[in-house]
Design a binder for this molecule. Sequence first.
Ligand code: MN
Length: 326
Amino acid sequence: MMQGKIGLEEHFALEETLGDSKPFAPAEYWPELESRLLDIQDKRLRLMDEHGMEMMLLSLNAPAVQAVPGTAAATELARRANDYLAEQVARRPDRFQGLAALAMQDPDGAARELERCVRELGFRGALVNGFSQVENPDVPVYYDLPQYRPFWAAAEALDVPFYLHPRNPLPQDARIYDGHPWLLGPTWAFGQETAVHALRLMASGLFDSHPRLQVILGHMGEGLPYSMWRIDNRNAWIKTPPRYPAKKKLVEYFNANFHLTTSGNFRTQTLIDAILEIGADRILFSTDWPFENVDHAAIWFDAATISEADRLKIGRTNAMKLFNLE
Ligand code: MN
């Protein structure tokens, strides 16, 4: 068993955000998921000890802040979640560190809250649950839009990564799933939604303006490692420039500005494909607790047929470098 593993897609809930996670477990499993979400210092630590996990970087459950259309209420919720997380981290800073929840409904306020979390609370970055609903609950707002450029400039200046975590599309944007509710959530819709958001960021030119910005995707890259070549090379005989503002091929941003985690995707064949596409320096171990099991993640990862050098990087040292953990 590999000791000293670090995970960075590891969630908790406040009482008031618990309900957001309820649709993701059948009723008979809800008491267990609820207790897992509310626990930080007890069962979570025992499981980490049992499976060689030294540290979790903790984040609020989904969609939580992103699905609160009122900007003032979203801002207040993010602040409360961050203050609670800071208290929990302070009890065991050797085992837990924090990723900030941010009310992206207010780009400037989100930048200020990220700065407060990093400078005053000692957080290591942010985790945001996909698009935000901003005042109008029927409109998804994505972060490639121009109003977010000052936020990204602030994140780059603070030199902390931004974890783009999934959420489901809004009902009017989910008609392809009508009659097939089993496709929503982690089965398929999460990955589709988050991959497109990531491609929008790449194609927008964001990383031409902010080349040091680092975005993290979970679930082994939400399908993107398998698709980046085709995205840049479809219809290659037609010699016209790409129809997007960014200056380079999208894979160049993927390889320079993205990191992937193993959260909820415990498959060696898929990990090896990700290593071949983005390199072992940009892949990090994570479990997606409490929606996935620590034992499922750790037992798989500890025995995965990759080099021991890569296991050390992916399991631990990449996270230490990316988050400046000593
Ligand atoms: Mn997750």
